[in-house]
Design a protein around this ligand. Structure first.
Ligand code: HEC
Length: 122
């Protein structure tokens, strides 16, 4: 009596296939978050900034400005208007991070060439 019910071997193969697919997806996801995290300097708020600000555009764009706290507050408010989502705490953490590493006067003036030509005000 050889029925056509799936043999255990078959089932196992499918299960393994599924697991491999899941692992692959997880690897891709972590590779992607690693790639975007690499742009940001280490510090408190790095994770939140990557999570909240890398969704709609590149993180490069998110950190393309050098401005003080008021400026970043404005930018974040603008992003919230555009649909950025996170808790107040998240945004506060991001704000502190951006002010610290991408503030107007903090020493982080992207050492070296390629200075910012701050004339591009349309
Ligand atoms: C819901 C989508 C979305 C999220 C999330 C988002 N942004 Fe934006 N961001 C935009 C869009 C759309 C633009 C282009 C706006 C324009 O051209 O006026 C933009 C542009 C910018 C710019 C360019 C300057 C400007 O004011 O247009 C900066 C800087 C920026 N975002 C920073 C951030 C930061 C920091 C975060 C995290 C707090 C963030 N963005 C999260 C949608 C988003």
């Amino acid at each position: 009596m050889t029925g056509t019910s799936p043999s255990p071997v078959n089932l196992h193969a499918r299960l393994t296939e599924g697991l491999i697919a899941i692992r692959l997806m997880m690897a891709l996801v972590s590779a992607a978050s690693l790639a975007s995290a690499a742009v940001l300097p280490d510090g408190p708020g790095k994770a939140e900034t990557g999570r909240l600000c890398g969704k709609c555009h590149t993180l490069d764009q998110a950190i393309s400005l050098r401005q003080g706290q008021a400026g970043w507050e404005e930018t974040i408010a603008k992003m919230v208007n555009l649909g950025a989502q996170g808790s107040d705490e998240d945004f506060n953490t991001v704000l502190r991070y951006l002010v610290k590493y991408y503030g107007a006067s903090s020493g982080t003036r992207a050492a070296g060439a390629g200075g910012t030509s701050e004339t591009g005000r349309r």
